[in-house]
Design a protein around this ligand. Structure first.
Ligand code: EPU
Length: 784
């Protein structure tokens, strides 16, 4: 096995690597397909490496592998016999007779270094694959776009055609069972060839199907000419027929001279030609001509014109292998997509969520155009650029790839083992898209917040497309899972009531801070609210009610579960009956004060100075000017934890200073307040007094009113003042200069900053005065 170790020097300089000696291939092939050995795979979790591991296990080798990531694939392989290690420890491969490494593995990897030092045989993934393929009649599918789909389609059609091919495809393929399979009976081996790292040149297949060639992987290749050189070599090394896409100029230029090459496509010159193409929402149909003769009609159940092209390539290849046309079309009709290729993650009348692996501008344009043709009201895309080098090299082309989208949110670059390039981020693409004239683009550098941004802008009729070769699909999956619940919520509260995902609570609190509400619901009726309470109880969904958010500090991680904001209808109604005023939970206290004035009722003027709504004022027994809410309440209506309506008189209620326990688990609907007949002038004078007090003692700024309850010994504001803490700050959170019990948000303050400032004040009060300050604002939600 000496010859295998010769490649070990090559990994130091992959680009300049010499073609391995041809006589090594049969030897490695025998080692891998006719003998059994301990083999270790470095980077085994990668989509290509896991397929190879599967093949090696099926071939009877004792396979071990290491990777810093654990995936569902590594779990599956472990069940089949893989010894998996989640670290690359130097002596893991001690027992292995062969070490296979992924192109993503850096040269200084401890296992590689150890293997090299001990003279162990060391080969790249593609070399091992080429050697396995060498034992069969190899079919390589190569090209920049569509390889995985086309190789899966080929393996499927050959399988249905009775040829029992072995296969190796770079993604999970539900219709094939696994991403790779070794069938000892098989004559053929279908493999997706990876052009990204130059390793296409290891293959000496019997047949090659060339899909398209353009500028890509410019981290590895200096230019298109270098890419074409690798393809030209593959074409030269193909022993039998080369099948190629006649419509792709670069491919056609390389292949046309090759004797016996077979072309396919839409153009007149194509040997296998598609005509009368009819694109449908999730598929297509077209006529197929073979060397001028009509072969028949084909139907696909995967969408997009690009897939018609791919299918024509497969038809050409399968026909050359003498599979009858009707067998080919019957199996094409049954073909389902590979994972992450226009994969529908959620579908309802209102929304369609689709995930696609597209990461090159050409692929994005094709996928976007397919999505557009489905004809939903709006097309919303979320994109995660893949690799810094590609982002840099193709930024211009990315700028115009999203033309057909209505909204697009871009996150940061998925590195794929590259080191960052200075100045290249997701914003690079955002800037290009803006430059190109798109008006609906935004940037969310944090991938884990993508589902929030996209979810919050959703409208009924939207098609959401997640795009990228990294892990953006996980964000779409979170969105899909939450959308299932959001749609149920919508069906419960009805058409008039708004339901939104990930509503930023900074929009609904007077402090203007706080993360999102997972589900934001605005029920318009008591009945809808009751049903909502029951649903949340049955589904174990937390439910939190919010009014004006004037006395609320929501943490930056937002609130999990349902946040209910009763709105409209009964919740905003005010009724006056004699000296009683009944107001819905969503009525502002100030409106109650002025309604009372209009009816010549006094005693409620203090409410003028409270920024909140009736629901919130009840929940905390809010007060001002020496008065408090329950002094004026005669009865309340509320929904209990079962969603049933209850009415209680004031005498039956237990109320404390700034605390009303009943509403900690129940939900206010309305309250009836009692006023006293009074002269208008007297009422006006008390209103003015309240306004004046507010104007002269309280800040006009983003705040949550008083932060602390007044301790018995001293008003909290006075205490903070005496402690000299006015105007002290943490980030953009600052103690008001005007009133010591107010914290103001000077700009983009975070909850974390406000909480830190609260803690600072509390510890100084404790240390200096022995006073334990208690917060009056309600603090809710998850930390970031
Ligand atoms: N004071 C200072 N320095 C300060 C702030 C206040 O010396 O920086 C002194 C005042 O001069 C006064 C005493 O502290 O002698 C009390 O202050 P204030 O009259 O402003 O009343 P408060 O107790 O701080 C209460 C409510 C407010 C309400 C006002 C006006 C509480 C915790 N706060 O404030 O309610 O607006 O009375 O009626 O009971 C709220 O609940 O969010 C709120 C702002």
């Amino acid at each position: 096995m000496n010859v295998l170790s010769e490649t070990s020097a090559a990994c130091a300089d992959p680009a300049g690597e010499e073609l391995r000696r041809c006589d090594a291939l049969p030897e490695l092939s025998r080692f891998l397909t006719q003998e059994r050995h301990p083999v270790h795979l470095v980077g085994v979790a990668g989509s290509g490496m896991s397929g190879l591991a599967g093949l090696l296990i099926e071939l009877g080798h004792a396979v071990s592998g290491s990777d810093k990531a654990t995936t569902t694939e590594t779990d599956r392989l472990q069940r089949l016999g893989l010894r998996f290690y989640d670290q690359h420890l130097p002596d893991l491969a001690n027992r292995a007779e062969l070490v296979v490494f992924s192109s993503a593995i850096k040269d200084d990897n401890p296992i590689l270094r150890g293997a090299r030092n001990s003279g162990k045989s060391l080969v790249r993934r593609a070399e091992a694959l080429a050697a396995i393929m060498h034992a069969k009649r190899g079919i390589v599918i190569a090209g920049m776009h569509g390889k995985t789909t086309t190789s899966a389609m080929t393996a499927h059609v050959l399988r249905e055609g009775g040829l029992h091919p072995s296969h190796y495809v770079g993604a999970e393929i539900p219709i094939l069972g696994t991403n790779a399979h070794w069938d000892p009976r098989s004559e053929y081996f279908v493999a997706e060839g990876d052009e990204s790292d130059g390793t296409l040149r290891y293959f000496h297949p019997e047949l090659a199907l060339i899909l398209n060639i353009e500028e890509e992987h410019l981290d590895f290749y200096p230019d298109l000419a270098a890419i074409e050189k690798v393809f030209a070599q593959l074409i030269d090394q193909t022993k039998g027929r080369v099948l190629y896409n006649a419509d792709d100029p670069n491919t056609a230029r390389l292949c046309v001279k090759r004797t016996g090459a077979v072309s396919y496509g839409f153009s007149e010159q194509a040997d296998y030609r598609g005509l009368d193409i009819e694109l449908r929402h999730f598929g297509s149909s077209f006529s197929v001509y073979g060397r001028g003769e009509k072969l028949g009609q084909a139907t696909l159940n995967v969408p997009g014109e690009h897939n018609v092209h791919n299918a024509l390539g497969v038809i050409a290849l399968a026909s050359e292998l003498s599979i009858p046309f009707d067998k080919i079309t019957a199996s094409l009709r049954k073909f389902e997509h590979a994972r992450r290729r226009f994969e529908i993650k959620y579908a309802s009348d209102r929304f369609l969520l689709v995930d696609d692996y597209a990461h090159h501008p050409t692929e994005i344009r094709a996928t976007v155009s397919t999505a557009k043709s489905i004809g939903r009201r709006r097309l919303v895309a979320m994109f995660q650029p893949h690799r810094f080098s590609r982002t840099k090299a193709l930024s211009r082309k990315f700028g115009s790839a999203f033309d057909d989208t209505d909204r697009v949110v871009i996150t940061d670059v998925y590195a794929a083992s590259e080191t960052p390039i200075s100045g290249i981020t997701g914003r690079t693409i955002v800037d290009e898209i803006i430059q190109h004239g798109h008006r609906g683009v935004s940037y969310q550098p944090r991938l884990e917040w993508m589902h929030r941004d996209v979810g919050n802008l959703l409208e009924s009729g939207d098609l959401v497309l997640s795009l990228g070769a990294g892990n953006i699909h996980e964000q779409l999956e979170i969105l899909a899972a939450d959308l299932v619940i959001a749609e149920k919520l919508k069906s419960i509260v009805g058409e008039d009531s708004a339901v939104r995902l990930y509503e930023p609570l900074s929009k609904h609190t007077t402090l203007r801070v706080g993360g999102p509400a997972q589900f934001w619901v605005e029920p318009q009726s008591e009945h809808a609210f009751g049903d909502l309470i029951r649903f949340c109880r049955d589904e174990h969904l937390p439910l939190f009610a919010i009014g004006r958010g004037s006395n609320l500090l929501v943490r930056d991680g937002g609130i999990r579960g349902v946040v209910v904001h009763p709105r409209g209808g009964i919740f905003e109604k005010i009724e006056i009956d004699g000296s009683e005023i009944t107001a819905g939970a969503g009525v502002k206290l100030r409106q109650v004060a002025y309604a009372a004035r209009a009816a010549n009722l006094g005693g409620l003027e203090w409410m003028e100075g409270i920024p909140g709504e009736v629901g919130g004022a009840l929940r905390m027994n809010a007060g001002a000017m020496g008065a408090q809410t329950f002094e004026n309440v005669t009865r309340i209506r509320y929904l209990d934890a079962e969603g049933n309506l209850q009415v209680k008189n004031r005498d039956d209620l237990e109320v404390f200073y700034r605390r009303f326990p009943l509403l900690e688990k129940n939900f206010a609907i309305s309250a009836t307040f009692r006023g006293q007949r009074a002269e208008r002038a007297e009422i006006d004078s008390r209103l003015r007094e309240s306004q004046e007090k507010r104007r002269t003692t309280q800040p006009v700024a983003k705040s949550a009113g008083c932060i602390f309850k007044n301790p018995p010994s001293i008003p909290a504001g006075k205490l903070v003042d005496e402690l000299g803490l006015k105007n002290s700050r943490v980030g953009n959170a600052r103690v008001s200069k005007v009133h010591g019990n107010f914290i103001v948000n000077d700009g983009d303050a975070t909850s974390a900053e406000i909480l830190q400032l609260i803690d600072n004040i509390k510890s100084v009060a404790r240390k200096e005065r022995g006073i334990e300050l208690e917060t009056e604002v309600e603090i809710v939600g998850e930390p970031q």
